[in-house]
Each structure stands twice: as structure tokens, then as C-alpha cells.
Design a binder for this molecule. Structure first.
Ligand code: ADP
Ligand code: MG
Length: 435
């Protein structure tokens, strides 16, 4: 089912491509974007449309295994009898001639996928075909990699237009899920799919396929629902690891800090000496820096990276990561309101001594924002010996979460432990209102 997903969105991108094709000055299109945004899919759609309109289309996919073989990417399009002894220029003309003759007067359109892996001679051929207007070439390359010089030159010399293929929007993501499943997915799961994929069709496809394979995703009452946790399946993990594993030890450390710490200020990271790795991981498309108010923050480029990295980090290493995270906030004095609960959580996870009163205050801050976390912190404050105030807060958190019976059990215990009339009155009043 998943292989036949209908194309969703891309009207704007297709219109851009059609304009480029209609422009006599333009002989190429460079499609770029992050991995999995749908560059290949868009190009396939475009070539199918052109073939239908009478063009002669060819698809070439560059591969690292062929990147050292002259014309490796084009081997399947070339005659076996080609003159192996000819010099480079002659051979180039031979191949170009073969392709243009094969078009038999129709417009020649050539698509080169993964152009960053092209062998040198193939890259020159692509450039020559476009520069001489012998063919319209669509070249696909992911963000953050360097393409062979002749390919880059096409864009630099304005022979080719460049089109960025971004992620789908939220409504488009919902539309794609519905189209793929042939019915609507319940809101909660759709919401989570959006937050995990942020509109990346490849991640979406892998998650949905994984859900279908495991049975977590099933048809129910004329729609679809997801039971159990929505996490990355092994294939998706592997896919992401091929990106996140190409880092050195220091870069990995930064990725771990961001995976567990989420958004971090760049300032403390720079003070910890992370300047080089911030730059290199951002160049590699793994980390994004952005300005929020007066603060410059860094985060992982995709929430799924965080999930995969978190899962791969051993408990001991996690503890160590939290220790560094707590240190970064200590550096900035945890001034902002949202820093305090984070600092408390990180200190607890790092096994650092933490004042129960601080923990309770953090739980209070989160009471109306993040119920599960507020409960966790309130329980932790109780465990750390936070006494009456902590237990009373835990009961309030449970009431806020609709867990009235659990709250009452706790309040009943607490009634036996009150030491002052004021405490007694507060417990009794809360119990009465909770009933
Ligand atoms: N606009 C879209 N509508 C439906 N499916 C899409 C769309 N874009 C991509 N896909 C699907 O998502 C997956 C990843 O797309 P792909 O084109 O391979 O990404 P890229 O080449 O950018 O890495 C493929 O299965 C593709 O069919
Ligand atoms: Mg692709």
C-alpha cells in the first residue's frame, strides 16, 4: 500500500519546474532539500508528465559504487560497442551524440538523482548537455553535501534554476496520511505523527509502514487508530543512524546534549568549547541554530534524530549527559522561568543532590502545562523528603489530572500526619472539594 502513496501538494514546485522548462534560457533544474523531503518523487512526477507530453526522458541515478568509473552513472544508457580507446573529449561527444540521436527529434530530458555521487566524467557530460541546450537536465542533490564542480557550475552560471524541496505542511501531512490509509486516522495519533515527522514524507512513510507491520496501526470504526507508543521502527532507526553516525566523538557529544536537553542556548555551549562542532553539525544538517528573542539557541534538526540518539545512549552515558546539561544551565544561572524546571529535571537525572523545595517549586510551575511531568517532579519532591508541602502538592497535581481517588488516598494519609491546625484545615478542605 505504502508504495502507491498518491502525490500530495507540490503544485507550487511543479509550476516552478514547468516555468523553467518553458524558459528558453534555462536548461536545467537543481532540486535540493533535506533527505526524505520528496525530491526524487517530485522529479519522477515531472518526468512522467514530460514523457506523456512527448519528451524523451532518461533517469540516471549516481551511486557511490560507480563514482570512480568513468560514465559509471550512464552505463545503462550507453552502447556496449563504445570506443574504449577514445580520448576524453571524443568520448564525451560520443556519449552526448548517442543520447541526443536517441531522442529522435523529441525534447531530451535527463534526470540525475543523487548527483553528489556522480563520477567526474558523467558530471561533465551533464553540464555539457545543459550548457549546449542539447537536453534539459534535472539534477537532484541533498542539502549539506558538495556536488561535483560541473554540476555546481550549472547553477552558478545560471544554466539551471534551483528549487528547494521542503517538508509538507501540516494539512498536507494529514492529507497524505488519509490518502495512504484510505481513511482518517484518529486525531491523537495524527497529531503525534506530525510532531515526530514535521512533514517529512520519508519519515512519515516509515512510521506508517512500521505501524502497519507491527499491528499498532489498525482499522477501526471506519477510520484508523494507533494503539501503543508511536516510536521509530528498526528500519527508520537505521535510516536515521546513517546520518547521525557520521560524526566524530565531540560532535556526538553535542548531538547527545541536544537530544536530551532539547533546545539549548548557544552561548553556554560556546563557553564549553562547542564552537567547532556546532558549526560542523549545522553544516551537516543535523543541528539548527535559531534566534528566539535575544537568545541564540541550538536544537537538533529533526525530532526523530533526538528519539534515535536518546535510544542509543546507554544509561551511564545519559547520566553523564545530564550532568553536563545541568552544568550549562549553572553557567547561565538558570535565569529564565522555563530554565528552572529543566535544571531540576537534569540534576535529578544526573543523580546530583537537589533541594526538595526546588523540586516542588518546579512541579508547581509545570502544574498547568505538563501534567505528567508535574506529577513526576512532585513525587520526586516527596521522595526527597519534601514533607507536607510536597505531598500536598502531589495530591493537587492528581486532582488537576482528574485522578480523584488517588488524590483522596494521599490526602487521607496526609490527614494523619498534619502537625498544625492550618495544615489540617487545608487537607480537610481539599478532601471535601475533591469528592
Ligand atoms: N508529495 C508527496 N506525496 C506523497 N508521497 C511523497 C511525497 N513526497 C515524497 N513522498 C514519498 O516519501 C518517500 C520519500 O521521498 P523521496 O522522493 O524518496 O525523498 P528524497 O528523494 O527527497 O530523499 C517516498 O516514498 C515518496 O514516494
Ligand atoms: Mg531521493
Amino acid at each position: 500500500m505504502v508504495n502507491d502513496w498518491p502525490l500530495v501538494g507540490r503544485e507550487r514546485e511543479l509550476a516552478f519546474a514547468r516555468r523553467a522548462l518553458a524558459d528558453a534560457e534555462v536548461c536545467g533544474l537543481l532540486l535540493t532539500g533535506r533527505a526524505g523531503t520528496g525530491k526524487t518523487r517530485l522529479a519522477k512526477e515531472l518526468l512522467a508528465e514530460l514523457a506523456e507530453g512527448g519528451a524523451r526522458t532518461h533517469w540516471v541515478r549516481a551511486m557511490s559504487s560507480a563514482s570512480t568509473i568513468p560514465f559509471g552513472a550512464f552505463a545503462h544508457l550507453l552502447p556496449g560497442s563504445a570506443d574504449g580507446t577514445a580520448d576524453r573529449a571524443h568520448r564525451l561527444n560520443q556519449v552526448a551524440g548517442h543520447l541526443t540521436r536517441g531522442a529522435e527529434g523529441r525534447r531530451l530530458v535527463l534526470c540525475v538523482d543523487d548527483a553528489h555521487l556522480l563520477d567526474g566524467l558523467s558530471a561533465t557530460l551533464v553540464h555539457q548537455l545543459a550548457a549546449t541546450a542539447s537536453a534539459f537536465v534535472v539534477v537532484i542533490a541533498p542539502h549539506g553535501v558538495s556536488v561535483p564542480d560541473p554540476v555546481f557550475a550549472m547553477w552558478k552560471d545560471r544554466v539551471a534554476e534551483r528549487l528547494d524541496v521542503g517538508e509538507l505542511t501540516r494539512p498536507q501531512t494529514a492529507e497524505l496520511i488519509t490518502a495512504a490509509l484510505g481513511g482518517r486516522l484518529e486525531d491523537g495519533a495524527e497529531h503525534r505523527l506530525w510532531h515526530l515527522t514535521l512533514g517529512n514524507p520519508l519519515f512519515l512513510r516509515e512510521l506508517v509502514q512500521g505501524g502497519l507491520d507491527s499491528g499498532a496501526l489498525s482499522a477501526a470504526d471506519g477510520g484508523w487508530r494507533w494503539s501503543g507508543a508511536l516510536t521509530a521502527n528498526p528500519r527508520l532507526v537505521e535510516l536515521i543512524e546513517t546520518r547521525t553516525d557520521r560524526v566524530d566523538a565531540d560532535e556526538r557529544r553535542l548531538l547527545e546534549l541536544l537530544a536530551f536537553g532539547e533546545t539549548l542556548g548557544c552561548e553556554p555551549l560556546l563557553r564549553l568549547g562547542a564552537g567547532r562542532v556546532l558549526a560542523s553539525t549545522e553544516r551537516a544538517g543535523l543541528v539548527v541554530s535559531e534566534r528566539t528573542g535575544r537568545r541564540l539557541n541550538a536544537r537538533l534538526a529533526h525530532p526523530l534524530y533526538a528519539e534515535v540518539i536518546r535510544r542509543r545512549t546507554s544509561p551511564l552515558r545519559q547520566r553523564d549527559t545530564y550532568r553536563i546539561l545541568a552544568g550549562t544551565l549553572d553557567l547561565t544561572g538558570a535565569r529564565r522561568a522555563e530554565d528552572k524546571p529543566r535544571l531540576v529535571r537534569w540534576r535529578l537525572a544526573a543523580g546530583l543532590p537537589t533541594d526538595p523545595q526546588l523540586v516542588r517549586t518546579a512541579a508547581e510551575t509545570l502544574l498547568r502545562k505538563d501534567f505528567p511531568q508535574a506529577e513526576q517532579l512532585a513525587a520526586e519532591a516527596v521522595r526527597l523528603g519534601g514533607g507536607f508541602a510536597a505531598k500536598f502538592l502531589l495530591a493537587q497535581v492528581r486532582i488537576a489530572g482528574g485522578r480523584h481517588a488517588d488524590a483522596d488516598a494521599l490526602l487521607a494519609d496526609l490527614a494523619g500526619e498534619t502537625v498544625s491546625d492550618v495544615q489540617h484545615a487545608r487537607v480537610a478542605g481539599t478532601r471535601a472539594r475533591n469528592l
